[in-house]
Design a protein around this ligand. Structure first.
Ligand SMILES: C[S@@+](CC[C@H](N)C(=O)[O-])C[C@H]1O[C@@H](n2cnc3c(N)ncnc32)[C@H](O)[C@@H]1O
Length: 324
């Protein structure tokens, strides 16, 4: 077993402060969803994944549980060794099925999980080798592209990039295009991307997943205010903000917001931010796709769609693309 953690060299706290203030000084205000994931955010996200309403996890889990061997055959390609790089690995409970299948087919590969949450990478480092003895793994803690460049410098083997959990949906379509183009520029011809999309479906089903009765999604969003209080010396009062989710079936955009319940001033470090009563702060998009949208995204950004894997309800798809 080889396990190495490489911590990012960027000053994450300064960046967190700058990006938070930029968002809250903009009109309309916004926050960046990548900051949801501190240790508490990771824990609340686990609860979201366990919610009855949050169909996404079970749908993609079903694909990985029952079709890991077909996925691993597809990425084995000519049988040459490769690096399996997972963007936003989280707790890897889904990808572990693919790792298992790859290990039992005796393919030579290294697993490089990338995650912005140091807690996630520490956890993977501690627990994954126990579950998969013999796994060759290098954890990379930092932002997707900083760490992808780091991963590309570590070896010149072919790359298979895993981007699951509908993380691509946390970008609007224009940003998703830019993201795929940047990804393609780092990769080489014939490298693979396995990318998960949540499909357009009954709007009520989608909305319920982001607006659960128990208020877990609300606490997930509010936790970012807590994180700012703790890490950036903020004084948000969480009782003065509410969560609001909306889904537009025409565009496929499911958006979540925090709503200021009163006219208030919040301090973050030495900066004061004014919130008007009912002012919204845009928190996150969860973009839904049709199969045609997905193929179009691949073609526009320099990838060739190869294969698709669905759950039995056809709620979700993991698509395999090759760099064209
Ligand atoms: C929605 S979870 C999905 C986890 C896992 N892929 C799954 O499907 O269960 C998103 C993960 O991506 C990470 N993440 C979000 N934005 C990131 C970024 N810009 N760079 C690196 N990791 C990021 C988060 O810390 C979190 O662990």
């Amino acid at each position: 077993m080889t396990t190495t953690t490489i911590e990012t060299t960027t000053d994450q706290k300064t960046q967190f402060l700058q990006e938070t203030l930029t968002g809250l000084q903009s009109e309309p205000k916004f926050m960046l969803s990548k900051y949801f994931y501190d240790a508490t955010g990771d824990r609340i996200f686990q609860q979201i994944m366990d919610m009855e309403e949050y169909y996404l996890t079970n749908a993609e889990m079903e694909i990985l549980q029952y079709q890991a061997d077909q996925l691993s055959q597809a990425i084995a390609a000519d049988g040459s060794s490769f690096d399996l790089i997972e963007l936003g690995a989280g707790d890897a409970t889904k990808s572990i099925h693919l790792l298992n299948s790859l290990m039992s087919s005796n393919l030579e590969f290294s697993y490089l999980p990338i995650d912005i949450s140091a807690h996630v990478i520490d956890d993977l480092e501690e627990n994954l080798p126990k579950k998969l003895p013999g796994l060759n793994m290098t954890g990379l803690n930092g932002d997707y592209f900083d760490m992808l460049k780091r991963a590309a410098e570590l070896s010149n083997r072919r790359k298979v990039v895993l981007f699951m959990g509908a993380n691509i949906g946390n970008m609007n379509i224009a940003d998703a295009e830019k993201f795929c183009i940047s990804l393609k520029e780092i990769l080489s011809p014939n490298d693979f991307l396995i990318i998960g999309f949540d499909l357009k479906k009954n709007p009520q089903k989608i909305l319920a997943a982001y607006n659960d009765q128990a208020g877990i999604t609300k606490s997930f969003n509010l936790n970012l205010l807590n994180r700012i209080n703790k890490e950036l010396d903020g004084n948000f009062n969480l009782e003065y903000f509410d969560h609001y989710a909306s889904y537009d079936p025409a565009s496929g955009a499911c958006k979540s917001y925090l709503i200021s319940l009163k006219n208030q001033i919040v301090n973050i470090g030495n900066q004061a931010v004014h919130f008007a009563e009912n002012e919204h702060v845009y928190m996150e998009i969860s973009q839904k796709y049709s199969l045609a949208d997905i193929d179009q995204l691949a073609e526009k950004t320099g990838f060739k769609p190869l294969q698709r894997f669905f759950d039995q309800n056809q709620y979700f798809v993991d698509a395999i693309w090759k760099v064209d």
